[in-house]
Design a protein around this ligand. Structure first.
Ligand code: ADP
Ligand SMILES: CSC[C@H]1O[C@H](OP(=O)(O)O)[C@H](O)[C@@H]1O
Length: 395
């Protein structure tokens, strides 16, 4: 459904109620309450609830700037349209793993969607020690289904290029190019780290082989239009419970290298694993292994059953593609670990550790792991070797 408006105005808790009523079949006379609950870096999120049933909808609205910085950082409103279109496109291939979209409006830059408040943001739940047994198999499925079905392995080349044009997302990509692939590798104002990390950070800025590999990874992100990515698949973009997993917030969606989505999710698991010991860490390393194994298995099955590429039965071709995705994913994971430790946008997993000496020590481990993944991504042969790194064998 499309809402008929023609002018942008920032919603308030009151106007969000009026909008919700106009697009969602609340019962006659329902008493609706409204609250802005957004805790992300960029947008407003309103939860509109029918107090009688406790049921409601979510209205996400883009602001003409990045919320975390303010009006001095203007940002396209088109990101709301991109997010809604990506939720719908990915929902075609991974039904049940993304929220339902009820309505959109390009002028207002809003998406009205399913309220997932019965679930918890996976990052918060994992920090609290909750276990999500389905998390990695669901995300492995989500990755394989969305990435395979939007790639040249599944689509006619005209349709693939039409989608790549539709999902051109230069402003949001520029944020990633700067914040993940550039700024953390140089002495830039956006970087943010404790003084105790300065030596380790300067070692990154002066590490010529690492800089070269980061440059190659950035180039891959800039140029390789392999599939429609989520574009920001961290554990804060995933709602979870013991039974369900839903991926939200694909406003960074664009045609990019398949390994980017895989790598970001793995990096955020690794960041959580670093904070744990013993059995707790093993739960996370099991998720790391299961994510890749499910991705690889599902992608391969889809290739066999639904692949359209003329070379699909050429011996070794599928394996070569998956090897590329794997090494790309490790490199991107390394960049994500480094930027989440010293860049502009951190993760609560590490920043939330109150004891200073421990926090600094774990952040140094995150930086070391990031460097190892970037530098050794082509010689790390399988996910078992990644698990051993995340288990701390080499630390
Ligand atoms: N569909 C939803 N159901 C319930 N809460 C949601 C939903 N979408 C977002 N939220 C809440 O809003 C927060 C910010 O949403 P997110 O899409 O990550 O915004 P941003 O783009 O600003 O990062 C989430 O962490 C979650 O608490
Ligand atoms: C100024 S944007 C920083 C950072 O925020 C985005 O994440 P989210 O919208 O989920 O909070 C994205 O990771 C950007 O790199």
């Amino acid at each position: 459904m499309t809402i008929a408006t023609n002018q942008y105005a920032a919603l308030t808790e009151e106007t969000a109620i009026a909008l919700a009523k106009s697009v969602y079949p609340f019962p006659e006379g329902a008493e609706l309450s409204s609250r802005e609950i957004g805790d992300g870096n960029l947008n407003y999120v309103f939860r509109i609830t029918d107090s009688a049933s406790g049921k409601g909808v979510i209205i996400k609205q883009a602001l003409p700037y990045a919320k975390v910085v303010g009006e001095s950082w203007p940002l396209t409103l088109k990101r709301a349209e991109t997010e809604a279109a990506a939720l719908l496109k990915h929902g075609e291939f991974a039904p049940g793993l993304v929220p339902e979209v009820y309505a959109t409006d390009t002028d207002l830059a809003v998406t009205v969607m399913e309220d997932l408040s019965h679930l918890k943001i996976a990052r918060e739940g994992l920090i609290a020690g909750e276990s999500y047994p389905k998390l990695s198999s669901d995300i492995g499925e989500y990755l394989a289904r969305t990435l395979f079905h939007t790639s040249d392995f599944a689509l006619h080349p005209f349709e693939k290029k039409r989608l790549a044009a539709e999902f051109s997302n230069p402003e949001l990509c520029k944020i990633t190019e700067d914040l993940i692939f550039t700024d953390p590798f140089f002495d830039r104002e956006t970087n943010d780290f404790e003084p105790q990390l300065r030596l380790a950070v300067e070692a990154i800025w002066n590490n010529a082989p690492l800089q070269l590999e980061a440059a190659k990874l950035k180039y891959s992100f800039l140029t390789e239009a392999e599939a429609l990515l989520h574009g920001d698949l961290h554990t804060g973009s995933i709602f979870a419970s013991a039974e369900e997993t839903k991926v939200i917030d694909p406003e960074f969606a664009f045609y990019g290298p398949i390994g980017f989505d895989v790598g970001l999710f793995l990096a955020n698991l690794i960041a959580q694993g670093i904070t744990r010991t013993g059995e707790g860490r093993k739960v996370i390393t099991d998720h790391i292994a299961k994510t890749w194994e499910t991705f690889e298995g599902t992608f391969s099955a889809l290739w066999e059953a639904e692949g359209v590429e003329a070379f699909k039965n050429t011996p070794g071709y599928r394996e070569a593609i998956l090897e590329k995705v794997f090494s790309d994913a490790l490199g991107f994971a390394g960049c994500e670990l480094i930027r989440r430790t010293i860049g502009l946008a951190h993760v609560k997993d590490l920043d939330g550790i109150e004891e200073e000496a421990r926090r600094i020590e774990l952040k140094k481990q995150a930086l070391e792991l990031g460097e190892t993944l970037i530098l050794n991504r082509r010689t790390i042969k399988d996910i078992g070797a990644v698990v051993r790194l995340a288990e701390g064998e080499a630390r």
